[in-house]
Ligand binder design. Structure first.
Ligand code: SAM
Length: 255
């Protein structure tokens, strides 16, 4: 492994703002860590975490946590937040799959999923961060009526995500995900909605390449009379049918 990466991995541990294992996180609650009960907002697949930081600067009364598996990317954001002494920003260097080990039920208020890898082959649909497997994880940690925001340049992933969220439950209108806003080509809108003016690292590159950026916001509705196991199995079956057609490779994958 390059020496620079090893140096960054060692340095991350000294910042005190990045959790790398559930055991490390279990030693302190988020309330204690942040020193307040402010709403918790996650950015999943945060990469370098600059979006997490920008949101933290814009909304000082909320706590922001960026999650990504790639340590050398997380290092960039963690260092920036550490140098700026930001008290409302933290990072988790782990797989999103393990979110339940870092958060209690209903502990999270909002989730941003920014430019997730599209995983185009139908056989890899389960890895998409908006697949039923992940939506089920989000519903566990999100409070009822909590929000999911998605930003992506990939049309097929956008369609897939919207449909997967809409189909998530067993047809019960009080359960699953309710679309609040669906916007295509957000940077063509004048003025760009204020919340969407902040761009991520990849978003900046995609805009330069002339790609259109799409956004959706959905609310997580929970009806306790729904059996989520049954719901999930149904959702997975429905999604399998919709993923037979392969999304084209318009987005960059892991780098
Ligand atoms: C295309 S990059 C986007 C980075 C950032 N959101 C941006 O817009 O600049 C996708 C990121 O997702 C992360 N990722 C993909 N699957 C993941 C998973 N299951 N858990 C954690 N991170 C994941 C990758 O490590 C990568 O940094």
């Amino acid at each position: 492994m390059p020496r620079k990466k090893l140096k960054h991995f060692a340095e991350i541990k000294t910042f005190g703002n990045t959790f790398e294992t559930p055991e490390e996180k279990a030693k302190i609650s988020w309330k204690k860590y942040f020193g307040n009960k402010n709403p918790i907002v996650l950015e999943l697949a945060c990469g370098r975490g600059y979006y997490t930081i920008a949101l933290g600067e814009k909304f000082p009364n909320k706590n922001f946590i960026g999650v990504d598996i790639k340590g050398h990317r997380i290092w960039s954001g963690a260092k920036k937040a550490f140098d700026a002494k930001m008290k409302n920003v933290a990072f988790i260097r782990h797989y999103v799959d393990e979110l339940k080990s870092y958060f209690e039920k209903d502990e999270v208020d909002e989730i941003w999923i920014t430019f997730p890898d599209p995983f185009p082959p139908a056989g890899k649909a389960k890895k998409r961060l908006t697949s039923p497997k992940f939506l089920e994880i989000y519903r566990k940690v999100l409070r009822p009526n909590g929000m999911i925001h998605l930003k992506t340049d990939n049309e097929n992933l956008f369609k897939y995500s919207k449909k997967t969220m809409e189909d998530f439950c067993c047809g019960n209108e009080k359960c699953g995900f309710k679309m609040e806003e669906v916007l295509h080509d957000i940077h063509a809108k004048k003025p760009v909605p204020e919340l969407l003016q902040i761009t991520t690292h990849y978003e900046g590159m995609f805009i330069e390449e002339g790609r259109k950026i799409n956004y959706l916001r959905a609310i997580s509705l929970v009806d306790k009379t729904c059996s989520s196991g049954k719901t999930l199995r149904k959702a997975i079956k429905r999604t399998a049918k919709t993923t037979k057609k392969k999304p084209s490779k318009t987005s960059k994958g892991k780098s």
